[in-house]
Design a protein around this ligand. Structure first.
Ligand SMILES: Cc1ncc(C[n+]2csc(CCOP(=O)(O)OP(=O)(O)O)c2C)c(N)n1
Ligand SMILES: [Mg+2]
Length: 355
């Protein structure tokens, strides 16, 4: 099966455009599941949009925006069981919300507060990795170890197009293929690694082509179509659970927001393409699908959005109610015998902070 699956030359899609491309269906998803998936999308979207506001208000630090990545995140996670683990990067910082993590925990992470570090075993969500691609070997090792222990767990790891050029991706993918680790390598191809374009990450026609060299199937899917993402991930998870090893999923999108709150993409990005992407953004796409199918009403949409906003309001209040962290924590746990200069630095920091 080490080939790019034949149907994957184009991008898999399920959601139609309301005109020439007809709506499809995913077997096994009834109205309740579809609504649950919609709620997850709205929760992530609301988290993201409010976080940009909180950043502008100086209430959280630099923030990695994931606007229009919600379908990849929610669709991927919806294909997992609770016992399966998620290994996120900074772009999936709020993925824990889909596992019941409090909003205040994620906001605290972006506030640089220790209460933002959760116990991974509580939610089966590993810590956020900022060094690019490092979560991939973590996920693969975890999945392999889990299989050796006879547990029935799959690991899903998210990473970007840029991450596929990193050594950690190569090491993780090689190991996963050789060991047949029950892992899903989920690549969100948003065409950019900050200002470095996709064309710099591979000379092959697609990123899914990379799967071949690691002996695993590669699937290409429309990253803005939450149902197509769910369906593709469900297949990959089933393959992993059946002992058939890893799958590489390339979910294709185009980054419609800045890389992070400290970025000005207008100097490098294709602004027309961004406009097209915004028009076709993933939450609205699924919302219109559900309205067409009669699963959702305008009134229900409003209700679900208000509920998510309320969760955010409570979350930021709780995060801001945390007592200030002791700056000494930054200096601990790195050295058994700290060099004297470190103590001087901490003293200086305390002086600057007026402590
Ligand atoms: C090992 C490493 N090198 C460089 C960086 C700086 N850096 C932060 S984000 C980023 C771009 C990554 O792009 P991609 O993998 O496509 O993910 P995206 O940000 O698009 O989700 C880079 C190079 C880093 N965090 N880690
Ligand atoms: Mg990228």
């Amino acid at each position: 099966m080490s080939q790019v699956l034949p149907a994957e030359g184009g991008l898999r899609r399920v959601i139609g455009d309301g005109e020439s491309f007809p709506d499809g269906e995913v077997e096994g998803l009834g109205p309740d599941e579809l609504l649950a998936l919609y709620r997850n999308l709205v929760l992530l979207r609301t988290y993201d949009e409010r976080s940009v506001v909180y950043h502008r208000q100086g209430r959280i630090g630099t923030y990695a925006i994931f606007w229009n990545h919600e379908a990849m995140q929610a669709g991927g996670v919806f294909a997992l069981e609770e016992r399966d683990w998620i290994f996120p990067a900074y772009r999936e910082s709020a993925i824990g919300l889909l596992r019941g993590m409090p909003v205040s925990t994620v906001l605290s992470w972006w506030r640089g507060h220790p209460s933002g570090w959760w116990n991974p075993a509580e939610f089966n969500v590993a810590s956020i990795c900022v060094p690019i691609a490092t979560q991939i070997p973590h996920a693969v090792g975890f999945a392999w170890g889990s299989a050796l222990k006879g547990e029935d767990r799959v690991a899903l790891t998210f990473f970007g197009d840029g991450a596929t050029s990193e050594g950690s991706f190569h090491e993780g993918a090689t190991f996963a293929g050789v060991m047949k680790a029950p892992v899903v390598l989920f690549c969100n191809n948003n065409h950019w690694a900050i200002s470095t374009p996709l064309s710099a990450q591979t000379a092959a026609p697609t990123l899914a082509d990379k799967a071949i060299g690691y002996g695993m199937p590669g699937i290409r899917v429309d990253g803005g179509d939450v149902l197509a993402v769910y369906q593709a991930t469900r297949e990959a998870v089933a393959r992993a659970r059946a002992g058939e090893g890893p799958t590489f999923i390339e979910a294709v999108t185009y980054r419609a927001a800045p890389h992070a709150t400290a970025d000005d993409p207008s100097i490098y990005i294709d602004l027309e393409r961004v406009e097209v992407e915004k028009e076709n953004e993933c939450v609205g796409r699924f919302e219109r699908y559900l309205l067409r199918a009669g699963v959702l009403t305008e009134a229900r949409v409003e209700e679900i959005k208000q509920e998510a906003l309320e969760l955010m309001r409570t979350g930021i209040v709780e995060a801001e109610a945390e007592p200030p962290a002791d700056p000494g924590l930054v200096f601990e746990h790195a050295y058994a015998n700290p060099p004297p200069a470190l103590a001087d630095d901490l003293a200086e920091l305390r002086r600057v902070l007026g402590e």
